[in-house]
Design a protein around this ligand. Structure first.
Ligand SMILES: [Zn+2]
Length: 132
């Protein structure tokens, strides 16, 4: 996707309005306009880069993780979240971003457990992950 068509680049430039509540030289943090929980936020690099987490350099990942920690602390202190859950997904907008989900009480998190696994299925997946 060319940068000029990217919705997050337009948010960074101010062409599209947002609920920005934090920024530094490299990132902005905005409130998600479709939140599942109060304070659900997006941390977006000001420079366009494609959204696949595992394609990023170690240096770029270190920078976004450091920024995510700062934003998480703001969400915890200002909104009373017990902690903040962090997801790199980037499936809807191909501009790297971290989704921050404030966690307030047990059972409200986004990372819910599924049903108990079949042990043979787990072993088959493990074999795929560890095969030399
Ligand atoms: Zn972009």
């Amino acid at each position: 996707m060319p940068e000029n068509a990217c919705v997050f680049c337009k948010i960074v430039s101010g062409e599209i309005p947002s609920q920005k509540f934090w920024e530094d030289g490299n990132f902005i943090a905005i409130l998600d306009i479709r939140p599942n929980m109060k304070g659900q936020s997006l941390l977006i690099p000001k420079r366009h880069t494609e959204s696949k987490f595992s394609d990023q350099s170690d240096e770029d990942l270190a920078r976004i993780m450091s920024a995510a920690k700062k934003v998480a602390i703001i969400l915890e202190k200002r909104l009373g979240a017990k902690r903040v859950l962090l997801v790199f997904e980037g499936l809807d907008v191909n501009h790297l971003h971290a989704k921050l989900f404030p966690y307030y009480e047990h059972g409200t998190g986004i990372t819910r457990l599924g049903p108990p696994a079949n042990i043979e299925e787990l072993e088959a997946v493990k074999k795929l992950l560890t095969k030399q």
